[in-house]
Design a protein around this ligand. Structure first.
Ligand SMILES: Cc1ncc(COP(=O)(O)O)c(C=O)c1O
Length: 408
């Protein structure tokens, strides 16, 4: 190609720089694959001004601006909604941004929100921030004692958060009782449903209004992408959340959507493998003299085990153990650091197993840990069972216990 006029008609690109921007390509049609196309795009191109102006405020899914939706993000939204039984999905740049969207869309100064003691730490921090700087009232409830929920609801209560099992301490709440109390007073409910992957717990069938997923975890499955989702069945509620998302300018990249889409076909079989592996490891740990309690929702030791049996169709890879009180924090740290196949890291949901020690007292409202009546309760270690062979994982746990926690 020379930088001189071609012999094409005048309406065609003549100069190399124009051809570089607007090449006339001849791509054969008929390509088919299992992979959805990745449509990147900030600018959406309209055929004429009437079409551009018809976009209005973007209330349709008709393409308007890359920040709001692309065919790739739309494919992910629909796929996620089908898995979790929702009607609408909004994508956010992280699970925490999804939590934040719920707070900002539903609360204003003077409103009240109820949050469980054991909620994911950054969710609690978010609530505290709104309470400190935005005049929202944030109150905590015990997820294992929800009989008094109706009495806790005030005229200004707008939202009840649930997370079940709760982060780190794994209590499974009686969500039916919470929803009944909320519905009786017209209060919205939202659940962080990340632990179940949206597969083993069906929030909308339980009457919960909003489900939040950290897609960063199981849906992605690769430990290499951050994304969150807010799902609803109700059209008006979705619209409220959607408008806030637009105002905040929260969008996701098509490449990240593609990464999450790659994970969805294998989601149920991966979850089943995590479930199998985690139960095997949890049952082995249950027999160990170093371990005071295994907080795995499918084991009877876990607070709310009966709720798990009633409401869930499976368990997944994340659970916790409580070591006996005789082990110091330093010994428990040494045990975790002696593990060779478990990495030290926060974000679970991928193929690799993880371990993190927690000093729970510092993470919750004072006096709420350990639960009344628990004996011999020491430090907590959260374990995530990836997709390795459990025989190797158990051997690793055994060697680290023998090396650092001594003979029991
Ligand atoms: C229960 C739960 N919810 C939400 C999140 C937030 O997800 P993200 O890391 O995508 O912000 C996490 C992350 O650890 C989590 O464990």
């Amino acid at each position: 190609m020379s930088d001189s006029p071609s012999d094409k008609p005048a309406s065609r690109p003549h100069y190399l720089q124009t051809v570089a921007v607007q090449p006339e390509l001849d791509i054969a049609s008929g390509f088919a694959s299992f992979s959805p196309a990745t449509h990147r795009g900030s600018t959406v191109v309209f055929r004429n001004l009437a079409e551009l102006r018809a976009q209005g405020d973007g209330t349709t899914t008709y393409w308007r601006y890359g920040l709001h939706a692309t065919p790739t993000s739309e494919a992910l939204c629909q796929h996620l909604a089908l898995i979790e039984g929702a009607r609408h999905t909004l994508l956010l740049p992280s699970g925490l941004a999804a939590i934040s969207l719920v707070y900002f869309a539903l609360l204003k100064s003077g409103d009240d929100v109820l949050v469980p003691h054991n909620v994911y730490g950054p969710n609690r921090d978010h609530g505290e921030w709104l309470a400190r700087d935005y005049g929202v009232s944030v109150r905590y409830y015990d997820p294992m004692d929800v009989a008094g929920m109706a009495a806790m609801i005030r005229p200004e209560t707008r939202l009840i958060w649930m997370e079940s099992p709760g982060s780190v301490t794994m209590e499974v709440a009686d969500t039916d009782a919470i929803v009944a109390a909320a519905q009786a007073r017209g209060v919205l409910t939202a659940i962080d449903n990340t632990w179940s992957g949206g597969v083993y717990f069906r929030p909308f069938d339980k009457g919960i209004d909003i489900s939040v997923q950290a897609l960063t975890k199981y849906q992605s499955g690769g430990s290499d992408v951050l994304m969150g989702a807010v799902m609803t069945r109700d059209d008006a509620l979705h619209d409220r959340l959607r408008r806030t998302r637009m105002l905040m300018g929260w969008g996701v990249s098509a490449d990240d959507c593609h990464l999450v889409l790659r994970g969805l076909p294998s989601l149920p079989v991966r979850l089943a493998a995590h479930d199998r592996g985690a139960r095997e490891v949890a049952e082995w740990l249950h027999q160990r003299p170093e371990v005071a309690r295994v907080l795995h929702p499918a084991l009877p030791d876990c607070p709310g085990h009966a709720n798990w049996r009633r409401d869930f169709t499976g368990a997944t890879g994340l659970f916790a153990i409580i070591l006996r009180a005789r082990y110091s924090r330093r010994q428990v740290d040494a045990f975790v650091e002696a593990l060779q196949l478990f990495a030290i890291g926060w974000s679970w949901g991928g193929a690799h197993s993880l371990a993190v020690p927690y000093h729970v007292q510092g993470m919750r409202p004072a006096g709420t840990w350990p639960p009344a009546g628990w004996q011999d309760t020491g430090e907590l270690v959260r374990l995530y069972i990836g997709l390795e062979d459990t025989r190797d994982l158990i051997a690793d746990l055994r060697q680290a216990m023998e090396a650092k926690l001594g003979a029991a």
